[in-house]
Ligand binder design. Structure first.
Ligand code: HEM
Length: 494
């Protein structure tokens, strides 16, 4: 009996001591300007609540609850680390712009294990800027835009064609087929065949490990993903070597046709970091694979969610169809081909895409780590702390968008409205911003435009009831099943 009393007294003292230490630390941090907040339980912090909110239809409720208690910038403790969460657009802007290279990407351990040391997603400073500029410059070039428009068009038509004979189309799976082919073409010009099939299979295996326990033993998820990456590295390395050889023996003008060409043609890559000298083919090979990560899941999810939101909003679908039918008629009458501009200049279609990206929040935030103490808007981000710049909180904030949970593509119409005014600034950031602004931004919009054009001008559809899951990444619970009928012989459906 006595030992039990003693035990509970000891536990009481320890808990009291712990709470006292936390309070004292909080007071000290508050004095220094560290944002207010609660670090939660030892080790787990507030992770459980964060994950629980992620599984609800309103994942942003984790942020909203704390924001109402502590303000737009607050501290918490997630996934084993103290972290400052920003739901403030100005603070996010400073983090994204990253003048002075104070912030570095801070991915969970499993992601760091899977990314190479020199992955564009992990590196900083001049080498990242150089790679970013090379890829971005290529993706913005007129030659690329002309060619990729044809390629995307072909992939979309090829994918949509069998839909009319399919009993049920799972949009999330089908759209993946389009975007994977396009991505692999953009990066290394691989056409349908053995290499594409192997890359598709191994990449699927590889990305399963991005969010998993960081244990690298045979049989574990991480181990299997690393093995899949090794197999991909072998294929990509062969492609890079063959291309280098062909380049050395070629008399052509050297206009790059894909990201492999762009990286091989750049003599500067080796100069930007001594560490990369002599590794340049490995460097290119690894980066080509790692560049697939941000492009692979995002675009098909945006396509899927556009179909979902349009299914729930027949008026928007009707206007979208009318606009695209008009373009189709124009092209058919002129017996011409669609150009990049044709697809990208349909205003309502672009509104639908912007609204989809705003609501979908496919990349809901970026995680960074401060390399030194930094003060933003009076808040101190201490050296070594992580900061999570939340995009969802800003996209779903009534201060920025009226009725934020309503799919309203017309909000992007108003010339003076909040939404329009904020386009492309710190409030609308589906593609991030600053130094790491997504270089695939225009390509993604093009893929979405072409997909929507051919979908709404070819088919009507009826969507089964399905739900959006937000954790760990955005997905449809049932992959969004729809039944389609060709426009020419449809009755009654949307
Ligand atoms: C709807 C589709 C897409 C969305 C929502 C999206 C979103 C983003 C975001 C938010 C970032 C910034 C990450 C950060 O700051 O840490 C990013 C970076 C990046 N994205 Fe995308 N992305 C999309 C499609 C693509 C595509 C198709 C490609 C491939 C060509 C691509 C390639 C990249 C690369 C290479 C980076 C890293 C840039 C750097 O760190 O310098 N993305 N993307």
């Amino acid at each position: 009996m006595e030992w039990a009393i003693g035990y509970w007294v000891l536990v009481g003292i320890l808990v009291g001591w712990y709470l006292y230490k936390i309070k004292k630390k909080n007071r000290e941090e508050n004095k220094l300007g560290v944002p207010k907040g609660n670090l939660g339980w030892p080790f787990v912090g507030e992770t459980l609540d964060f994950i629980a909110c992620g599984y609800t239809s309103k994942p942003v409720s984790f942020m909203e609850k704390r924001r109402s208690q502590y303000g737009k910038v607050f501290k918490t403790h997630l996934l084993g680390t103290p972290i400052i969460v920003s739901t403030d657009a100005d603070v996010n802007k400073v983090v994204l712009q990253n003048h002075g290279n104070i912030f570095i990407p801070a991915y969970p351990k499993s992601i760091r294990e899977l990314l190479g040391k020199y992955s564009i997603l992990q590196i900083n400073g001049n080498l990242q800027k150089r790679l970013h500029a090379l890829l971005g410059g290529f993706l913005r070039s007129p030659q690329f835009k002309a060619r990729i428009t044809r390629d995307v068009e072909n992939s979309v038509k090829l994918c949509l064609f069998p839909w009319k004979d399919m009993h049920l189309v799972r949009v999330q799976d089908e759209t993946r087929k389009i975007t994977f082919e396009v991505l692999v073409k953009v990066l290394m010009s691989v056409c349908p065949g053995e290499d594409l099939n192997c890359l598709k299979r191994d990449f699927g295996e590889f990305i399963k490990g991005l969010i998993c326990l960081p244990i690298k033993l045979p049989g574990t998820r991480l181990y299997k993903s690393l093995k899949a990456k090794e197999r991909m590295l072998r294929i990509v390395r062969r492609i890079v070597e063959e291309r280098k050889l062909a380049m050395e023996n070629s008399q052509e003008d050297g206009t790059p046709k894909d990201a492999v060409d762009v990286l091989l043609q750049d003599d500067g890559v080796g100069d930007y970091s001594n560490e990369t000298q002599g590794l340049s083919l490995d460097f290119i090979t690894g980066n080509i694979i790692e560049m697939m990560i941000p492009g692979e899941e995002t675009v098909p999810m945006a396509m899927t969610l556009a179909v979902k939101y349009l299914s729930d909003c027949p008026v928007a679908l009707q206007e979208l169809r009318e606009e695209n039918m008009e373009l189709k008629q124009k092209i058919d009458d002129a017996c011409g081909n669609y150009s990049w501009i044709d697809y990208m200049s349909l205003p309502f279609t672009q509104n639908v895409i912007s609204e989809t990206l705003r609501m979908a929040n496919i990349i809901n935030a970026v995680w960074r780590k401060a390399l030194k103490d930094v003060e933003i808007k009076g808040f101190l981000i201490p050296k070594g702390w992580c900061i999570l710049a939340s995009f969802t909180s800003i996209h779903m904030d009534e201060e920025n968008y009226e009725n934020p949970y309503e799919f309203d593509p017309w909000r992007w119409n108003c010339k003076t409205g909040i939404a329009s005014a904020n386009n492309n600034n710190s409030i609308f950031t589906p593609f991030g911003g600053g130094q790491r602004l997504c270089p695939g931004l225009d390509l993604s919009r093009l893929e979405l435009s072409i997909f929507l054009h051919h979908l709404v001008t070819t088919y009507r559809w009826v969507a089964e009831k399905d739900e959006i899951v937000h954790f760990p990444t955005v997905k449809m619970k049932k992959k969004l099943p729809i039944t389609v009928t060709s426009i020419s012989n449809s009755k009654g459906s949307i």
